[in-house]
Each structure stands twice: as C-alpha cells, then as structure tokens.
Design a protein. Structure first.
Length: 268
C-alpha cells in the first residue's frame, strides 16, 4: 500500500483494487478549496480509465470528513470579481460532475461530520458509508451563503421537499442514523470504521463485472432526469450491449452452473 500526497491537500492510497482519496486539511477539519478540487478531479478522472482500479473511496484524514469551504478563503474571494468567484465555483462543480459520471463506483466514507460543501461531496457519491455518530449539515445559511456543489439537487433526489428545504434554510445538523433510516446512508458503522467498511464494499464491487457496473451507474444517474420513455430507451441500449458482452456470457453460465462468476480475466 503506497500513500502519497497530491498537492498536500489530498492523500492517495491503493488498497487492493480500491483507490482511497483522503482530504488532508485537518487543521480546518478538512475544509476544501481550489487545490483540493483540482487534485481530486484529476485523480478520479485517471482512476476511471485505470484497469487496476475497480472502485474509489473518498474520505477525510482523522476524525472528520469535511467542514466544507474554507471561510477565510471564501471571504477573500467574496471581495473579488464575478469572474473570479465563478471560476472557483466551477472547480467544485467540475469535481462533482467527475464524481457523478465516473464509470467506477465512488463510495463516500464519513467520520465525524460533513458540512456545507462537505455534505455536497458526501451526497455526490454513488454509495455512502457513515459512522453512526456522524452528522450532516447544509450549513451554508449560517454564513449567509446559498448551497453549491449540487447539494439541492442531491437532497431533492433523496428526501421529501419539506425536509430538504428545512435543512437548507436552518442549517441544522441531521444525524447519520436518521439519514440511514431515510435510505440516504447505505451503511452505518461504529466510529472509526467507516473507511474500512467502504473499502470492503469497494473491493466487492471491484471484483464484479466492470462494464455492467459502468452501465448501471450511468442508468442510475440518468433516471431522475429522463422521461420514462427516455429511460426505457437508455435501458434498452444498455441491455443490448450487455447481452453481447463476455461479462454476461460468464455471469449467465455461473448462475446456471451454480458457481461464483469470475470476471477478472474479462477486463479490457
């Protein structure tokens, strides 16, 4: 296992076939900014094309996932031009797009808490693993700001309108246990165990049919935006491609022969 720094704000580590990315700004509870956005976008983009990587885990160093944007930086940027403010925001949004369109599963591992843009990041992933003592907060309102990073879109997809509006307007903490009950958090763990559980889930997914996984991720992302007919067409195209794939040949044979499938040799 080799761990290295990307611009000091992001640590990378390969565990089996899982790439672990760790936000590394512990002095500010893993606040995020332009350097992190650029480094994480680059790493996730490269991982998407890397055959040795089957899944990605994003977490925070230490006991906190991310407190969101660095307020000192935001205060300075608030005094700059519209062009500069917009450019910084686009760096965050490009990272969110990269996460949501990555052909490999992106799993978030949350310890402590995820606030502001940290919550935006946590909800951008495909799966969410959290410590049972962690909290989530759309804390923008407390600093007189409005949400970014796709937070309102993510919340609208997984929560009733009244609840996600309340979260955005009040910025109060919501416990991971409650989000687990609502189906937003996939796995609850004991404190300190979120990364291990996320990596184990990533390994499970990495050993599966990678091309089928990529098609499923694409379908899951398009489902909320497409009309029913558009989604039927997207499913048809994906299934037609899957039926001609060596992954389905192996998968169907394994089911019929009552054995575990072996997809590793089918990667290309």
């Amino acid at each position: 296992m080799n761990r290295r720094a990307e611009h000091d704000v992001l640590l990378t580590e390969i565990i089996g076939e899982v790439l672990v990315l760790s936000i590394n700004s512990t002095a500010t509870r893993n606040s995020v900014g332009p350097e992190f956005f650029l480094a994480a976008t680059k790493c996730i983009n490269a991982a998407g094309a890397n055959r040795k990587v089957g899944a990605i885990v994003l977490t925070g160093v230490g006991r906190f996932f991310s407190s969101g944007g660095n307020l000192k930086q935001l205060d300075l940027i608030g005094q700059s031009t519209v062009k500069v403010r917009r450019a910084r925001l686009e760096l965050l949004h490009e990272l969110i797009r990269e996460i949501r369109t990555c052909p490999k599963p992106v799993i978030m591992a949350v310890e402590g808490g995820a606030a502001g843009a940290g919550m935006s990041l946590a909800l951008a992933g495909d799966l969410l693993v959290s410590s049972n003592t962690a909290f989530f907060s759309a804390a923008y309102i407390k600093a007189g700001l409005s949400p970014d990073g796709g937070l309102t879109a993510s919340l609208a997809q997984c929560l009733p309108r009244q609840l996600f509006t309340e979260m955005c307007l009040l910025g109060q903490r919501i416990e991971a246990k409650r989000l687990h009950q609502l189906g937003v958090v996939n796995v609850l763990t004991e404190p300190g165990d979120a990364q291990r559980a996320a990596v184990a889930l990533g390994e499970q997914l990495a050993h599966g049919p990678r091309r089928a996984t990529a098609r499923i991720l694409e379908l899951c992302q398009s489902a909320s935006a497409n009309s029913f007919e558009q989604q039927l067409e997207a499913e048809a195209q994906a299934m037609v491609a899957s039926l001609a794939d060596t992954e389905s040949t192996e998968g169907i044979a394994a089911v019929m022969e009552r054995r575990l499938p072996e997809f590793r040799d089918l990667r290309r």
